[in-house]
Every structure is written in C-alpha cells, then in structure tokens.
Design a protein around this ligand. Structure first.
Ligand code: ARG
Length: 460
C-alpha cells in the first residue's frame, strides 16, 4: 500500500514517479532509519499506543530487515519502481514480514521527522569515520617529517624563494590545518547530535512519546525544541559540508605544493609508482594525477556548499520536497572527502624526498638576506636602514653572480663599517634556521618540540 494513496484516485505519471523517488540513493540511510524505527516502536509501546506483543512483533520485523540488509543484494531484489524512498521501503517490507501491524509504526510520526532523524544518525557515524581518516593523513605527515627531522627546504612567499625552513616545519603546517579541521568536525557533530523524532510533520505529535528517552536510546545529546525548525533545518548538513570544504581546501593546497615540488624544475620530491600515472603518448612521463584529482575534487565539495545554501534560502517553513535534494550532495561530499583523504595519506607514504637538492636550493638565491639585515640590527642599525643596505648588497652580489657568503669582508665593509668577520657565521644555513627559535618558528629545536607534540597527540 502506498504511504499516501487514499487521497488519490488517479495514477501517478511514470516519469514523475521516478523523478519523485529517492530510493535509488537514500537506501544508504537504511540502517540508520531502521535504528530510528526500533526506538519509535518502543516509545509507542511505552506510551500505550502499541501493546507489548505489537512492539515485540515490530521489533522482530525490523530486526529481520536489518539482518537481510547485511546482504547488499537485498534492496536490489525489490522492484525499484515500486519504492518511493527508504521510509516506504521499510514500511512495505515490514508489512510483508509481519502483516498489518507494521502500519502502526508510523503512528504520530511523519517522514519529515523520520528522515531528519535517520540523516543525523547516519552523519554522526560518517563524521567519526572521517575523523579517523583525517588522523591517518596526519599520521602520514608526521611519519614523513620524522624521517627527515632536520632536512632544510626553501620556504616561499608569492612562490618566490623567501627564507629557509625545515621540511618538517612545512609538513607540520598541514598537521595544524588538519587539527583545526578535526575540531570543526567535532563542533559540527554537537549540532548534528540532537533528536528531531517526535516533531511529526511540522506541528509536533499527538501521542505521548518520551522524546528525551528516545534521544537517550539513540545516543543523541538532546532533543530539538521546535517542531517546525526540526523538520526543515538542514544547517547541520551545510555546516558539515562547509567543514568538509575546508578540509578539501587544505589537502588541495598540500596537493598543489607537492605537485610543484615534484616538477623537474623543483625536484624536491619523487612520487612513487603507486600513486603516479604515465602518458599514453610520451613515454618518459610520470604525472601526479593523484594530487591533481584531490585538487580538482575540492571544487565538487565547494559546489555542494553552494547547492545547499541555494536550496534552502527561499524555503518557506516547514518541510518542502526541495530538501530531498540534500542526500546526493551529502553522500557525494562524504565520499569525495573520504576518498581524497585516503589518497593524500597514500601519496605521503609514497614520497621520496631529495634532501640534497632541497638543501642546495634552500641556501641559494639570497634566502639568508633577511638574516644579514637582522645581523646589522644587532650591531645597532635601525631595521629599515639595514634593509636598505642589504638590498644594495644583494644587487651587488647578483651582478657578481655570487651568493652572500661568497662576498669578502672587504666588499661588505664598502657597504657598512659595522660588518665584521662574524657575519659569515650569522648567515649560514644552520644559523638562519636555529635563529627562529620562538614557539612556532622553524628552528630545529622548536620543530622538534612541535613534532613531539604532534606525535603525542596522534598516539593519545
Ligand atoms: N524522501 C523524502 C526526503 O528525503 C522524505 C520526506 C518526505 N516527506 C514528504 N512530506 N514528502 O526528503
């Protein structure tokens, strides 16, 4: 029996019925919806709407569906065209199994509070799984950093060489971003984790179900406090997608950095065969498709954020069918983010770092000019003035085709009498790195501390 057939005398247009149906994708909510159904049955029993036998029969039927659903072929055995959505699927199967008593389950409930409950249950699980994937990507970052704890790398601004840093410092920057992503997901999860069931279609329910008890049974931290809001709120999906977009943005940036570092021009890293691809035409090629796809897929998730906001901005309260469109965007966000996180972790574990080449690059092209300016500051010159002097030294050195450590003391003293022999020690790569020794700086000492902090966080 159709969920809503009584009011209708005519048949639905076949194309519209298919257009209207969501079972093709919302079957992914089956397990979560079954959980919500079981608690609904028991709440109706407590409220005296169902007798003990009826509750037991319904719970047993739901359990049979749950067991059958372990087999992925199960839903395919049912004619799709007959099934509007996952909720009507469950009701139809239930009645098939236990008879008309199955119809009592929907007492005082609407698919509107039902779908919101199932989606929240489902998303809560997915957030836990995604959090674990973020942690694994963090672990892969730390593994690589621990392999080369003291290896220098050029640091960039404007993608122009700026100052030397440590590779571990670079990797720890991404560790920090992913840490914030985990915090954000945890905060989103707090708002996902409330129970809408008992809100009915929009106005609440006529039956005395104990909403607080249902929340507790389903592991929700609380119940929603306005039925109109509860059935039409999709903030938690928008927030989640937004958090996912930020994580995609972060791993997309990391991808871009690694793509650049893997070029022949930079050559700081080599990508393993496991995560690279070849060219159908050019035999010599090894391409970073894995990273390019992560970068490209970030765009999909950004698109879903826009879709969600656009979908909801003009909706009058309360439920509107537009909201069914939330599912595919949500599922695609989850899948895209999860797959991308897995790939990023695998790429990080298949990187060969060319420490020699990175070091040679880190000390070239006047990356120590700022440290030379700071040297003169320590001799008593105002920074702006010192900046100007070193600027002229750099112009001179460029003309000479020499690096700053290749000029003589005599040459330096033409620019300022304050230069003495100790300048050369002050601008060595080791000094440049060791000098950045405040919290969050790139000195080996600070990086060692942050690396240990990161490791401790992962092992906790
Ligand atoms: N499949 C629907 C959705 O995902 C379930 C809710 C349907 N409610 C309704 N009033 N038509 O939104």
């Amino acid at each position: 029996m159709k969920l809503w057939g009584g009011r209708f005398t005519g048949e639905a247009d076949q194309h519209f019925a298919a257009f209207n149906a969501s079972f093709r994708f919302d079957q992914r909510l089956l397990t979560a919806d079954l959980q919500g159904c079981a608690v609904q049955a028991r709440a109706l029993g407590q409220a005296g709407i169902l007798n003990e036998d009826e509750v037991a029969t319904i719970i047993d039927g739901l359990q049979q569906i749950t067991n059958a659903a372990q087999d992925s072929a199960y839903v395919k055995q049912v004619a799709f065209a007959q099934t509007e959505d996952v909720h009507s699927f469950i009701e139809a199967r239930l009645v098939e199994l236990i008879g008309a008593v199955g119809y009592k389950l929907h007492t005082g409930r609407s698919r509107n509070d039902q779908v919101a409950t199932a989606t929240r249950l489902f998303l809560r699980e997915e957030i836990t799984a995604i959090d674990a994937l973020i942690v694994d990507a963090q672990r892969a970052l730390i593994e690589l950093a621990e392999k080369y704890p003291n290896a220098p790398l050029p640091g960039y601004t404007h993608l122009q060489k700026a100052q030397p840093i440590l590779l571990a410092h670079f990797l720890l920057a991404y560790f920090q971003m992913l840490t914030r992503d985990r915090q954000r997901l945890a905060e989103v999860c707090n708002r996902v984790n409330v129970l809408p069931l008992g809100s009915g279609a929009l106005a609440g329910t006529n039956f005395p179900v104990d909403r607080e008890w249902m929340a507790q049974e389903l592991g929700f931290a609380g119940v929603t406090h306005n039925s109109l809001d509860a059935v039409s709120d999709r903030d938690y999906l928008i927030e989640f997608t937004n958090a996912a977009a930020l994580t995609m943005m972060h791993i997309s940036r990391l991808s871009e950095d690694l793509i650049i570092y893997a070029t022949q021009e930079f050559g700081f890293i080599k990508l393993g065969d496991a995560i690279a691809t070849g060219s159908s035409l050019m035999p010599q090629k090894k391409n970073p498709d894995s990273l390019e796809l992560v970068r490209g897929k970030a765009a999909r998730v950004f698109g879903h954020v826009t879709a969600f906001l656009t979908m909801t901005k003009g909706l009058p309260l309360a439920y509107n069918k537009d909201l069914q469109e939330d599912k595919e965007a949500l599922f695609d966000t989850i899948d895209t983010l999860s797959d991308s996180l897995r790939v990023i972790a695998t790429v990080l574990r298949n990187i060969e770092f060319n420490a020699e080449r990175a070091r040679a690059s880190a000390i070239r092209d006047y990356t120590n000019a700022t440290d030379l300016a700071d040297y003169l500051v320590r001799k008593g010159i105002e920074f702006r003035k010192s900046h100007d002097i070193i600027g002229r030294v750099v112009v001179y050195a460029i003309e000479q085709g020499r690096e700053l450590n290749e000029l003589t003391l005599d040459e330096y003293q033409n620019f300022s009498p304050l230069f003495t022999e100790d300048l050369f020690a002050a601008i060595s790569l080791e000094s440049c790195l060791a000098g950045k020794n405040r919290t969050g700086g790139t000195s080996p000492e600070q990086v060692q501390i942050e690396l240990a902090n990161a490791r401790a966080k992962l092992d906790r």
